[in-house]
Design a protein around this ligand. Structure first.
Ligand SMILES: Nc1nc2c(c(=O)[nH]1)N[C@H]1C(S)=C(S)[C@@H](COP(=O)(O)O)O[C@H]1N2
Ligand SMILES: [Mo]
Length: 313
């Protein structure tokens, strides 16, 4: 399916090859069976889906298969519900994700409180197929729907003092039984440096496989930062704040030695209790090599120029 020549002058795109392939398939399927309805149901008109992105020279030979939908929806980390990955779907089945007001503010010129459904409708749907690498050494390839966070950031008009962004997940122990355990520090929070947040790969995701997110995957809207360990990709967001100081993050607060703020996928920096040099991809039996920045180094390495990645883990 590969039409890009290694030396072609395609410089502007960061979209992985599987997306290129899948979008054409999707557009064909849409025409034949009306799967575009799934997008319409999310408040996004199918006509707003942008034109077919092209692959980058670095990604063209990967040809990685998508993880099947059943696996994406039934093998989850979402500690607010349970620590048992195979049980999250069941525990989250009745999670109420509408209405879902999101408070967006902090050091911005245009703060807003907006329902997730309106936020989703506000920006054109983009399909992004990304690798997801959990710090626990399993990985998937997930076809997300969403919009790049920089589009929202631009509309917020960040003030010059804003250097970081903080995200917070819903706090609701009645709906989320895992939050009844005081051994964790709820609510779940995450953060990025503002330049990381502005990167085009950084996605606000509201769908998978052309359908709205299931609760266990982070409905109604979550973050996806594909070059970082999965725990940075915070689910079911209710609050977004721009800050001057580096925000506290959930796993870093619980165990700073094991989980840093940056959490960039790095096979050269082992977790204190296990190696990070390889991973097991969902659907595969053997191990595959883990790639620096999860394979997105060409796009993101410049964000960390001059930084010691062993210190800033
Ligand atoms: N609010 C919240 N977000 C979360 C988590 C969580 O427990 N709570 N788990 C993280 C971890 S460890 C991973 S690997 C990914 C898993 O996303 P997935 O279940 O969609 O694969 O979500 C991340 N986001
Ligand atoms: Mo994870």
């Amino acid at each position: 399916m590969n039409t890009a020549k290694p030396n072609s002058n395609q410089t502007e795109t960061i979209t992985p090859e599987p997306l290129f392939f899948n979008r054409r398939k999707f557009l064909r399927l849409s025409a034949m069976f009306g799967t575009a309805f799934a997008l319409a149901a999310c408040g996004v008109k199918p006509t707003e889906v942008p034109p077919t992105p092209r692959p980058t020279p670095t990604e063209v030979n990967l040809a990685e298969e998508l993880t099947i939908e059943d696996r994406i929806n039934n093998f989850n980390n979402f500690y607010e519900f349970t620590v048992s990955k195979s049980d999250v779907a069941k525990q989250a089945a009745n999670f109420k994700t509408a209405p879902w007001p999101i408070e967006i503010g902090g050091l911005v010129g245009n703060p807003m409180t907006i329902d997730a459904s309106d936020l989703i409708a506000k920006y054109p749907a983009e399909e992004r197929i990304y690798r997801m690498r959990c710090v626990e050494t399993w990985s998937m390839v997930i076809p997300w729907y969403g919009f790049p966070l920089h589009k929202l950031l631009k509309d917020l008009a960040p003030l010059p003092e804003a250097k970081y962004i903080k995200f917070t997940t819903l706090l609701d122990p009645e709906q989320m039984p895992g939050q009844q355990s005081s051994s964790y520090l709820w609510p779940y929070t995450e953060g990025l440096r503002l330049d990381e947040a502005m990167h085009d790969l950084t996605l606000m995701a509201w769908g998978v496989y052309q359908k709205p997110l299931t609760p266990q995957v982070g409905a109604p809207i979550r973050l996806v930062v594909p070059w970082k360990y999965g725990f940075k990709s915070i689910k079911s967001i209710v609050k977004i704040e721009l800050t001057a100081e580096q925000p506290e993050t959930y796993w870093n607060k619980i165990n700073p030695r094991e989980y840093g703020f940056y959490a960039n996928v790095n096979p050269g920096v082992p977790h204190p209790r296990w190696s990070q040099s390889s991973e097991v991809r969902a659907g595969e039996t053997g191990h595959r090599e883990t790639l620096l920045f999860n394979g997105y180094g060409e796009e993101v390495a410049s964000l960390y120029e001059g930084m010691d990645l062993k210190v800033n883990y």
